[in-house]
Design a protein. Sequence first.
Length: 153
Amino acid sequence: MESLQDDRPKWLSGRWSPLVRIVETAYGRRWTDLCNPDGPGLYRLIALVEDNEQGFVPAPLNRVCGIDHTGTLYIGKTSSLRSRLHSLVRANNPSFLVGGGHAHMPDTLRRRFPFQLRAITWLRSSDLSNGETELFEKYTKRFGELPPMNLNG
């Protein structure tokens, strides 16, 4: 069984930041401080579930060829992590009035994972095109399809 709690899943490589819940970034924690210095990188939107013992953990997502225990809803790349993550937080938190330019979250996912059950994580990388392509290829090889919100991209 692949899990973020144990060894890294085979499709997921690199040093990803710890998960930061969308709601935490809006109340009292400045995510912009968390991704200093600014620069290029990859990011993921993560679905969460509440665990009585561990708090919030990645939600297992049913995929065509298995269960994604990392809860990855979306994979993206950016030349500015600070700007993109700010946009992602604004687009995924109803306390902000302005949305961002990210993939639309289908209503079924939005109901299952309200903004309180979403997190972000990022990986600094100067090789954006190859990094994102490699993640897509590894994810697809493992699960038979792209993450749910990348399917329409």
